[in-house]
Design a protein around this ligand. Structure first.
Ligand code: CO
Ligand code: ZN
Length: 325
């Protein structure tokens, strides 16, 4: 599992440019499912055929990043955000473009109050000495992602882009496990979640499943002076009750809880006040789709060093295997 997550987290794929991730997953699932297709928005849809209910499991392939908006005469890049980027945690971070060019995010040092350290006051230095020099490597409109090694330590995984490559890894493992079921399972690796849950919307419209789940990360309430939240890293995957984008369908929630109890899999109830998931766009697609979610409790979400517990990840695979039966 660790190697799989490492491969997926280190593959370039900011919102709208998920192609490399899709190719990696396609290769992994080539002989494991009955059909693999890609829709116009780039969603990768892997189908395990069946005669029962249609179940859609979605994990987003895209990761947060930056987009170059302007290159000044000295070769410094100005940029905008792709997904949610808290200014205080991106300062000093390293970013990497698809062609391998590396840059450092820094800020205009005449800022007195760090609360004013807005993205508009930051720039990326790629070591260029002029605009022409910079343009040999980077163009306006190019996207870059954060750099962050993937390591396993104390049973935890620390990496960039666990959001949501860890969800992708869980679905890959589940599809590879060949769980016996009559249901038709749609493993959907969605695009553009970080910029507004976009890919999952068209994917769900194309499938119209009987039930859908978003597999993603959620916050935890177990670090010093954090906001109170009844979710702890390592206490099991969560059964989503609510996030900012969706109120889980009661029946979906109950099915997940029953599956966890039956197999004695630890689980936690998730009420996340910030942040949405693909379930947010799926449940209001077509005539409405009963939706919910399973999340991996993750610390430091959207930092280049997100942290999750390997046990929670393994248990999420088990929980989903029981549910899709
Ligand atoms: Co995210
Ligand atoms: Zn996510």
């Amino acid at each position: 599992m660790f190697e799989l997550i490492k491969t997926l987290t280190q593959t370039f794929g900011p919102s709208g440019y998920e192609k490399r991730v899709a190719e990696t997953i396609s290769k992994l699932l080539k002989d494991k499912v009955d059909e693999i297709r890609t829709d116009a928005l780039g969603n990768l849809i892997c189908v395990k055929k069946g005669t029962g209910k249609k179940i859609m499991l979605a994990a987003h392939m895209d990761e947060i990043g930056i987009i170059v908006s302007y290159i000044d005469e000295k070769g410094f890049l100005r940029f905008g955000n792709i997904g949610g980027l808290p200014p205080l945690i991106i300062m000093g971070q390293r970013v990497k473009f698809e062609n391998g060019t590396v840059g450092v995010i820094w800020y205009e040092e005449n800022i007195d109050n760090m609360k004013n350290a807005k993205i508009e006051k930051m720039y990326i230095d790629i070591g260029a000495t002029s605009r022409e020099d910079a343009e040999k490597l980077v163009q306006v409109g190019d996207l870059a992602v954060f750099v962050g090694e993937t390591v396993e330590q104390n049973g935890k995984i620390i990496s960039k882009s666990l959001d949501d490559r860890v969800g992708c890894a869980i679905l890959v493992k589940l599809a590879q496990s060949k769980t016996k079921t009559d249901n038709e399972i749609y493993y959907v690796f969605s695009t553009q979640e970080e910029v507004g849950l976009r890919g999952a919307r068209t994917a769900a419209f194309g499938i119209v499943p009987d039930m859908a789940l978003a597999i993603d990360v959620c916050d935890t309430g177990d670090t010093p002076s954090c906001k109170p939240m009844a979710v702890h890293m390592g206490d099991g995957p969560t059964v989503k009750i609510k996030d900012r984008s969706v109120i889980a369908h009661p029946e979906v929630k109950d099915r997940l809880i029953n599956a966890a109890r039956k197999k004695k899999i630890p689980y936690q109830l998730e009420v996340m006040m910030d942040g949405g998931t693909d379930a947010g766009s799926i449940h209001i697609t077509a005539g409405g789709i009963p939706s919910g979610g399973v999340s991996i409790p993750t610390r430091f979400i959207h930092d280049s060093s997100e942290m999750a517990d390997m046990k929670d990840i393994e248990n999420a695979v088990k929980l989903l295997a029981e549910l899709i039966k």
